[in-house]
Design a protein around this ligand. Structure first.
Ligand code: URP
Ligand code: ZN
Ligand code: ZN
Length: 463
């Protein structure tokens, strides 16, 4: 691997910025100082006028995921290629076992699926049932495979949803093992009830999707998960918070000392529920995801919560489907596959709508796109920081460069882009992953399978 000298840039970390050159040797950053001399064999990268930031970490993706009678559009190759192009160098995806499938079997299946990855990848394990084997299967994955986060769906009744009994048992085990509990927080019984009611009234189009999942239903579930985590002493991570009631529950929990981290998706920050009222069925259906997009006051509250650190991480929940797959729900909205994709665009949207709009500083941007996830999921400081000894996962970011986001030139295999036509200022010029230049001036050079599996350690064991 050619050693690199990145010259003339401003290094941005979550806790500060400084003007310095940076030397990369092998897979790590080996030196950072204002004026480094070129060593023999080093390639110089001119980062004048640019920012050098840690590669993004997307803690929430669903690549090659069979869901709602179809499969997500991106596999681990196309999804991670899109991630690298957009400045994300690591992802954490979800192993979601099929009904009755052993967890180790599901783990092996996901490792096989992930082999073509070009970015680094790790897994959360979804706990979708609790039987006599579950505890030992989970212990096995924690101890031998470095999976240190358990995911729980409080919705999708009849599918992956689990009740409070399972949450209590699983959170209790997580507390003992020092691993993180995660929840998709929506009251699944109430969602089911509202879906049935809307369908029985003949309300069948995608415009009824958000009415079946109102904000209060999310807030109730966030609050309930926090109470359970508090009672059993578990660390909690709430994925894709989308509404004021969710933020309020996070704020209350954190104020009384519960160890709870909140995530927000780039798409929930950028888009409102107006998308569901679009006259074109296909356009509205392309936005069906859960929780749904919300009224603009929720977006404002999400930005404020991110700026204030009540919400700390951002992800994408990348689970895009092709337009043809959405047709599964042509007759009724409850059959439209749930999920949207933005793995390639998260950083650009966050920079443009966050930093350019004065809602985030560059340091807060780094915290929200990389550092906070690295800390929450046990990847820090190898990932999530530009520092001597850390992995050389780096972005050379041009804060004044411009481009227009579009499905026409994206690497994602979704035939739709949530941010179609959005002109963003602030663009990723170069992505370096463990010392290798994998994206430069619009071109990817990342051989299939170069991504490394991220084996993680528990953060804290109970006494
Ligand atoms: O609608 C969504 N979010 N689909 C992906 C699965 C999930 O709930 O995260
Ligand atoms: Zn979810
Ligand atoms: Zn998800």
């Amino acid at each position: 691997m050619t050693p690199l000298l990145i010259r003339g840039g401003t290094i941005v970390n979550a806790d500060g910025s400084w003007r310095a050159d940076l030397r990369v040797s092998g897979r790590t950053v080996v030196a950072m100082a204002p004026d480094l001399e070129q060593a023999a064999g080093e390639r110089i990268i001119d980062a004048g006028g640019c920012l050098v930031m840690p590669g993004g970490i997307d803690p929430h993706t669903h690549l090659d995921y069979p869901f709602m009678a179809t499969r997500t559009a991106d596999d681990f190759f196309s999804g991670t290629a899109a991630a690298l192009a957009g400045g994300t160098t690591s992802i954490l995806d979800f192993i979601i076992p099929e009904s009755g499938q052993e967890l180790r079997d599901a783990y092996s299946q996901w490792r096989r699926r992930a082999r073509p990855s070009v970015a680094d990848y790790g897994f959360h394990i979804a706990v979708t049932r609790w039987d006599g084997e579950t505890e030992s299967e989970l212990r096995d994955l924690v101890e031998h495979e470095g999976i240190t986060s358990f995911k729980h769906f409080m919705t999708y009744k009849g599918g992956t949803m689990v009740g409070d009994d399972v949450l209590i048992k699983s959170f209790g085990l997580a507390a003992k093992l020092g691993v993180l509990c995660m929840v998709h927080a929506e009251n699944g019984e109430l969602v089911h009830h509202l879906q049935q009611k809307l369908v029985s009234e003949g309300k069948l189009g995608p415009q009824y999707h958000p009415l079946s999942r109102p904000p209060e239903i999310e807030g109730e579930a966030v609050n309930r998960a926090i109470c359970i985590a508090e009672a059993v002493g578990a660390r909690l991570y709430v994925v894709h918070n989308s509404s004021i009631p969710a933020i309020e529950a996070l704020r209350r929990g954190r104020a009384r000392g519960v160890d709870v981290t909140g995530e927000v998706l780039a798409c929930h920050l950028a888009l409102s529920d107006a998308v569901y009222r679009h006259p074109d069925w296909a356009f509205a259906a392309a936005h069906v995801m859960s929780p749904p997009f919300r009224a603009p006051e929720h977006q404002q509250a999400l930005w404020s919560a991110l700026g204030a650190g009540i919400i700390e991480t951002t992800g994408t929940d990348h689970a895009g489907f092709k337009a043809a797959d959405r047709l599964l729900g042509k007759a009724k909205f409850t059959d439209i596959p749930n999920g949207t994709g933005s793995i390639e665009d998260r950083l650009h949207v966050l920079w443009h709508l966050g930093v350019n709009a004065g809602r985030l500083t560059a340091e807060q941007f780094v915290r929200a796109t990389s550092t906070a996830a690295a800390r929450a999921f046990g990847l820090y400081p190898a990932k999530g920081r530009v520092a001597e000894g850390s992995d050389a996962d780096l972005l050379v970011w041009d804060p004044v460069g411009e481009r227009t986001l579009s499905a026409a030139d994206q690497h994602q295999r979704t035939d739709f882009n949530l941010f179609e036509g959005m002109m963003v200022r602030g663009i990723n010029r170069m992505t370096i992953s463990r010392g290798e230049i994998v994206f430069e001036d619009g071109k990817l050079s990342a051989p299939e399978g170069r991504g490394e599996y991220l084996r993680r350690l528990p953060l804290r064991r109970a006494a």
